[in-house]
Structure formats: structure tokens, C-alpha cells
Design a protein. Sequence first.
Length: 165
Amino acid sequence: MKRVECEFEAEVLDAVFQGRWPEQAGEPLRAHAAQCEICRDVAAVAGAISESREALVAEAALPDASRVWRRSQLRARQEAVQAAGRPITAAQVIAFACAMGLLGAVFGATSTWFQGALGRMASFEAGAMLASASKLLMEHGAFVLSLVAAVFLVPAVFYVALGRE
């Protein structure tokens, strides 16, 4: 049966990554690695990884420190503006919802034709209710469309406009 682990594998790996392999690794470890297939493979693979890492570190170009600082300052300011704007946006949404609720309550309380239509719809059966609703739409279609626009489209426009900031 072929071995898959060696007790000196970690030592060989440490020596390679610390840059001590093979010259400064010590004679007993080098002699073992020459005889052990596992340690020989570990040394070869770890050596290739270490060389490629060193090449990448040498090629890496760090940006100017002032540029990094300036970008971090801009990012911090943008995040502060967004954080400060969240409560304001929430207050605006709540105020808009309250205004729509108040508008609906005032409309429902003062509109006799609306109250009459609701009363007729409640007393009719399903077919008559549909006819009554269609008659209501025919008589007051522009108002119903403007009410639908105020309830659905205005919040959608606010959402899209505030989402872009």
C-alpha cells in the first residue's frame, strides 16, 4: 500500500515557504526528502508556488498613497451622506402615506356619490355590483384614473427617483 502522508511533510513545507530550501534546511531533512516521494513532491510543488508568489509580488504596482487616501475620503463622505439621508427618506415616505390616507378619508367622508355607490354595491349581488362598478367608472373615469395614479404611480416615481441618488 502506498503512503499518502509523511511526518516530515510540514517541515519541508515550512522550509520551502521560509526560503530555507534546500541550502539551509539541514542535512537530515534534505536526505529524507531525497528518499521520500511525498516530501519530494511537496518540495517541488511548494517551490513552484513560492516562486510564482515572489514573481507576482515583484510585479505588483501599488497606487500612490495620496490617491488611496483621497478615494477613501470620498467614499467615507458618500457613505455619510447616504446614512444621513435614510431617516429623511423614511420621514418623507411616512408623510406621503399619511397624506394619501387623509386624502382618502376626506374624500370618502365628503363625497355623497361615492358613499351612495358603496351602499349600492353592498346591497347588490355580484352581477349587479359589476354593472354598478362599470357605471361608476363610466361616470367618473377621469377621477378614478387620477386617484389610481396618485396612489400607485406617485410612490413608484418617488422610489425610482430616490433610488438613483
